[in-house]
Design a protein around this ligand. Structure first.
Ligand code: URA
Length: 233
């Protein structure tokens, strides 16, 4: 439970004195009823607060999935390039969302964001081994020898060793790759180590989550059951 005036400040409604004036002017509702008392306690998880009719999200914990298009860098800021933050709806802008791990600029697909620091660190911890499934289009054709090399743990061209991974050829120049770690350009480098240059890469699954029907460039909040499944990881 949190005081309504604090909730309004945290939601970006204004400074403490602005929030006082906003409340006095009757611009705020709680569960649909006008509320002028800033000291009232509310539960942001279950109650709805509006300012001038617009729903406020507060500083609640948020976990979001984006279907990232190519051409955006995974960073919270960048002086020259477009960042994935620009793809998130404005109503989440004050919620301090951070990307969970990263996708390369040209890689598409499932990218998570959260403002829960503990969850973020658990998900990117090398100990967690969250399996991530990628769809790749590539030059050449993956064969049995490549599948075996992936399952044994590949050595990249620069000598870096990778944990065992799964390569599943889908057809000519198309494969699914499952990795449990997140080295720089990992999938592209693994495929290159087997002489298959990746021409298109999309992350389809991360742990228990998959992109489903989320269209490219769109973001959605995870459902409570999806967050619970992630936390079990
Ligand atoms: N592997 C890559 O090569 N690129 C990504 O964006 C993710 C995994």
């Amino acid at each position: 439970m949190v005081r309504l005036d604090k909730f309004l400040c945290d939601s970006g409604a204004g400074t403490r004195s602005q929030v006082k004036a906003i409340l006095k002017a009757g611009r705020v509702t709680v569960d649909g009823l006008p509320e002028k008392d800033g000291s009232r306690k509310i539960d942001p998880q279950t109650q709805t607060v509006t300012l001038d009719g617009v729903l406020l999200a507060g500083k609640r914990r948020l976990v979001v999935m984006l279907n990232k298009p190519a051409g955006f860098v995974t960073a919270t800021e960048d002086a020259e390039q477009k960042t994935v933050m620009e793809l998130l709806p404005k109503q989440w802008a004050h919620l301090d969302l951070k990307p969970v791990g990263r996708l390369d600029k040209e890689t598409e697909g499932l990218l998570l964001f959260t403002n829960d620091g503990d969850l973020l660190h658990r998900l990117i911890s090398p100990k967690q081994e969250v399996p991530k499934v990628y769809y790749a289009r590539h030059e050449g054709q993956a064969g049995e020898v490549d599948v075996a090399a992936f399952s044994e743990g590949l050595t990249l061209r620069d000598g870096t060793t990778c944990r065992p991974a799964v390569l599943e050829p889908l057809g000519p120049g198309e494969s699914l790759i499952t990795v449990c770690e997140g080295k720089y350009h990992q999938v592209r480098r693994m495929m290159a180590a087997r002489n298959m240059t990746v021409t298109y890469l999309q992350r389809r699954q991360e742990g228990p989550l998959s992109l489903g029907a989320l269209s490219i460039g769109q973001a959605r909040e995870l459902l409570p059951e999806e967050i619970a499944a992630l936390e079990e990881k």
